[in-house]
Design a protein around this ligand. Structure first.
Ligand code: C2O
Ligand code: CU
Length: 565
């Protein structure tokens, strides 16, 4: 299938601005034009974004980010590095040890050979399969060129193995080793990634999943197949990887959106199933910044579980919106033979004119054969189940639902020291704000913004303290109601996936509307202008992070730590 580029050009936001200023209309038409990427230099892979170009605008041409460029593997012959290989599952029993190494690898992206990173050379890293309640040991060795750590995202493990440099451990220097012990109290799909310069290391392939089997019989619905999928996007241009910032993250305003879609690290993800098959997908968004709205070519989707467990009740949905770091477990029934593309259907916006349009990109392809799947799980698929454990958790916590709010956070941004011309373009470009920035229509300007100029802020409304100065303290057993508001009047507002380490929470309400189907989560999406009430169950002692999971926002300061006694 010929890859297509259906989104606006990089310079679209800016082009619209120029067109508006000059009174010349036609430039905005590019937003609606379908550009065939075969005209570009990439000859394979599913394009989901435009190539980056030098800003075409007067006053911006020739500008470079304030951070020096960084590309992996400088001074090494990429062809001498081992090739990246696909993820392999590994089953670990209670007490087992895994040797895990962050390594430099090479791979082809279209016609370009690029240096990337992998865990045990794999992208994604090994799929770790364990039983609920198991404890494993991981001998981690850092064989990349940057200091790193491993964070076990969503897992309520011992604090000292949480992988946060400066909080739970020192970074692991190149060549060094660190032992992690990870226990898995909760069933579901989790993931691991570095907690040092995620904007570089995660983008370059350091991510992998843990699949924790429930100890409850009947937990899983009957399916014909179960598949773990990571959703990712990689930013490349005509020369290969677009450089990162050496000492400060670039793309600090919107985060680093990619131009090529990767499912399980693959450029052309393809799978085949039999007619009528029900497939369980464990979805993890490992992208730096992109939120997806995933569907399967119109096949019915049953939403089963999220970050840290099952929903109260299963429901049928037409698509699944998944922000960076979030997981969803869905079951999909492919009703008949044919091709069912894995689609990302989103809304993009002309920030200046307030024109919204739909962009649909193909992330992968499922081909359904004529042979019928057996057994036929249609009846089970159509039954929408309840989760007794979640029901009882909800009943137990219900007395807290309407209580007054205990803590309040506001999300905002400060920008200092960018060139005046750029500031002006950005502020005009932000006239219309989308609740979720599904695409980056201002990539050229975004690239120029770094963590040197952009400071993303979590502000404690009661004390006025910001980011690492907030320093909340809780006790095990506390149930804390936290209200988070994402300021729509910030200079450049953006959606933020807010993540808490080591605990689990419920998303009780959004904009005052009670959520009627609760699920344990570790990452909640805060659209622009939204107010979300979280109910945090404080269950795990230690010093833990709360931060935005857009890698560049984290690098630009959007984090705090809280202590649980
Ligand atoms: Cu997935 Cu603090 O991280
Ligand atoms: Cu953010």
């Amino acid at each position: 299938m010929k890859p297509r580029l259906t989104q606006a050009r990089a310079a679209f936001g800016a082009a619209a601005l120029v067109a508006g200023l000059a009174g010349a209309g036609p430039l905005t038409a590019q937003a609606h034009r379908h550009v065939d990427s075969s005209a570009g230099t990439l000859n394979s892979g599913r394009m989901i974004g435009p190539m980056l170009k030098d800003p075409m605008l007067p006053g911006l041409r020739g500008l470079e980010p304030s951070a020096a460029p960084f590309l992996p593997g400088a001074g090494r012959d990429p062809e001498a590095l081992p090739s990246a290989i696909p993820s392999r599952p590994i089953d670990l029993a209670d007490g087992d040890t895994l040797a895990l190494e962050a390594t430099m690898v090479q791979r082809m992206v279209g016609s370009r050979r690029v240096v990337m990173y992998g865990f045990n050379r794999q992208i994604p890293g090994p799929l770790i399969r364990v039983s609920q309640g198991a404890t494993i040991h991981v001998r981690f060795r850092n064989a990349i060129e940057l200091p790193t750590t491993v964070h076990w995202h969503g897992v309520r493990l011992d604090n000292r193995f949480d992988g946060v440099p400066g909080l739970t451990q020192d970074p692991v220097a190149p060549g060094e080793t660190f032992w992690y012990t990870v226990r898995f109290p909760d069933a579901g799909i989790y993931w691991y990634h570095p907690h040092v310069r995620e904007d570089i290391q995660q983008e370059l392939g350091l991510y992998g999943n843990m699949l924790v089997r429930s100890s409850r019989t009947g937990y899983d619905n009957p399916v014909n197949d179960a598949v773990v999928l990571t959703l990712d996007d990689l930013l490349i241009d005509g020369d290969g990887l677009v450089p990162f910032g050496k000492d400060a993250a670039t793309f600090a305003i919107m985060g680093r959106f990619g131009t090529v879609a990767l499912i399980n690290g693959e450029l052309e993800y393809a799978a085949s199933v039999k007619a009528g098959a029900v497939v369980r997908y464990y979805l993890t968004n490992v992208s730096n910044a992109r939120t997806y709205n995933v569907s399967f070519g119109g096949a019915p989707i049953k939403l089963v579980a999220a970050d840290v467990g099952k929903f109260e009740k299963e429901m049928l949905v037409s698509s699944v919106a998944i922000a960076p770091a979030q997981r969803y477990v869905v079951e999909v029934r492919f009703p008949r033979a044919g091709r069912f593309p894995i689609l990302n259907r989103v809304q993009s916006v002309d920030h200046m004119r307030g024109r919204f349009f739909t962009a649909v990109d193909t992330l992968g392809m499922v081909t359904v054969g004529v042979e019928p799947a057996s057994p036929d799980h249609r009846a089970a698929f159509e039954r929408l189940g309840d989760d007794p454990e979640m029901r009882s958790d909800v009943a137990r916590l219900a007395p807290h639902f309407d209580r007054p709010v205990d803590r309040e956070l506001a999300l905002t941004v400060e920008i200092r020291g960018l060139p005046i011309a750029l500031i002006q373009f950005i502020s005009v470009d932000t006239t219309y704000r989308a609740p979720v920035e599904w695409t980056d229509p201002m990539a050229d300007m975004n690239r120029l913004s770094t963590a040197n100029e952009v400071r993303w802020i979590l502000r404690d409304v009661a004390t006025g303290r910001e980011n690492m100065d907030i320093a909340w303290r809780f006790k095990v057993g506390d149930v804390v109601k936290i209200r988070v508001h994402n300021d729509a009047k910030a200079f450049h507002p953006m959606n933020h996936p807010i993540h808490l380490h080591g605990q689990r929470f419920l998303v009780l309400a959004r904009d005052g509307v009670r959520n009627r189907n609760l699920v344990w989560k570790d990452t909640a999406l805060l659209p622009v202008g939204a107010t979300v009430d979280l109910l945090l169950e404080v269950s795990n002692p230690g010093a833990w992070m709360l931060h935005c999971h857009i890698a560049e926002h984290l690098e630009a300061g959007m984090m705090t730590a809280f202590t649980v006694e």
